[in-house]
Design a protein around this ligand. Structure first.
Ligand SMILES: [Zn+2]
Length: 397
């Protein structure tokens, strides 16, 4: 392993150091190479910050590695919110989602990027030689396993380009049509919520930075929170297609989170999970969602469901459940929760469940209709009711 000198702080000096001492003939493992790339990434620029420290940017765009598959069926294609059939039917110009790309001239100003390109070119060269694309008898011969690892490493390096770029030039979402920022002059912890930010989160901002607002709106005294409706991008948790996009980005967000726990990627995941929990998904839906997050093919999901729940679904139907039911339910949970917030000071809007004792909104989303009761609603909430029915189904009391 190359001994890294952590007393060197600047990214430029670190790159020089690596160039000087990295042995082109050494047998670095993928892990070691990763450490070296992090060593470079965390080097500090003239302003004393590493590009990782600079959180001007939080989310990175989705980008494909070879693991990402094309839509496997018409249904899977239709499932994508970015697919718009109107584009086929009309001759109107439609907004095109910009594909994230790296431009070696335009993006040369991104801190750390040039070092990364050097690494990419070096590794690519080694791969090309070993694949016989370039003749160079002096280059190191890789075993087939090493070649495989280097190719994976290459994907990771290319991925890092987008992380770096997004730190400086963020692209929150590919579909401009769907997304618009949150603005709260009292909350300066989220770049999105800062005045003039191009990004905003509807309807209540991010859970991580305003837990009270989310966890116990009834105990809260504040003037209504408003997201910045004029922001260029608004990510709205009440829209199923936005929920869908977030789950599609989940792997990328987790990567981002692992690089920096305090990044807004963490806050986004927390917020998404807050709403997911409130959606009270069935065990089957939770299983589908977990597998979808891991980008499991529908066919495989079908097999898991058959084994675990004894149900038979077609692969296409999985897409329908995922898009319409699961993402829809989570969006509904966000809508309901926002109503909690808006009604937080209106005593008559609430009704206490006689089973769990929680205050819930006095409406049919929370309580079943009961013609004979005074307010036309049952005395126990839907969540408790379902629990009771499930229990009696299992033969418990
Ligand atoms: Zn209850």
């Amino acid at each position: 392993m190359l001994k890294l000198d952590f007393s060197i702080e600047s990214s430029i000096d670190r790159a020089d150091y690596v160039n000087k001492y990295m042995d082109p003939c050494a047998n670095y493992t993928a892990k070691e190479l990763e450490t070296i790339s992090n060593y470079l990434l965390y080097g500090k620029d003239e302003d004393g910050l590493s590009c990782v420290d600079k959180k001007d940017v939080q989310i990175k765009a989705k980008h494909s590695t070879w693991a990402r598959k094309d839509a496997e069926s018409l249904d899977a294609l239709l499932e994508k919110p970015t697919f718009d059939e109107r584009g086929i039917q009309t001759g109107n110009t439609r907004y095109k989602n910009p594909k994230p790309s790296i431009d070696r001239i335009a993006d040369a100003d991104v801190p750390g990027m040039k070092d990364l390109w050097k690494a990419i070119d070096d590794v690519q060269y080694l791969i090309d030689v070993n694949k016989g694309k370039i003749e160079d008898p002096t280059a190191r011969k890789l075993t087939s396993t090493e070649l495989y690892e280097y190719q994976h490493y290459m994907v990771e390096l290319r991925r890092q380009q987008f992380i770096l770029k997004d730190m400086v030039k963020p692209v929150i979402c590919r579909s401009k049509v769907n997304i618009t920022p949150v603005y709260d002059m009292f909350d300066i912890s989220i770049p999105w919520d800062q005045e003039g930010s191009r990004f905003s989160i509807a309807p209540l901002g991010l859970y991580t930075y305003a837990k009270m607002r989310f966890d116990d709106p009834r105990a809260l005294e504040e003037i209504d929170y408003h997201w910045n409706e004029n922001a260029e991008y608004v990510l709205d948790f009440r829209k199923p297609e936005h929920i869908y996009e977030l789950f599609e980005l989940y792997g990328d967000l987790e990567t981002e989170m692992s690089l920096d726990v305090e990044s807004t990627a963490t806050a986004l995941i927390d917020t998404l999970n807050f709403y997911r929990e409130r959606a009270h998904l069935s065990e089957e839906h939770n299983t589908i969602l977990d597998l979808k997050i891991k980008e499991t093919p529908n066919q495989l999901i079908c097999e898991v469901l058959r084994e675990k729940f004894g149900v038979t679904h077609s692969a296409n139907y999985i897409s329908t459940i995922y898009k319409q039911k699961i993402c829809g339910k989570i969006a509904d949970a966000a809508i309901l929760h926002y109503d909690y917030y808006l009604n937080r000071e209106i005593a008559t809007a609430w009704k206490k469940c006689t089973c769990c004792g929680e205050y819930k909104l006095r409406d049919t989303r929370e309580y079943m209709r009961r013609a004979r009761s005074s307010d036309g609603l049952s005395s126990i909430c839907k969540v408790c009711d379902k629990e009771k029915r499930d229990k009696s189904k299992r033969g418990e009391k």
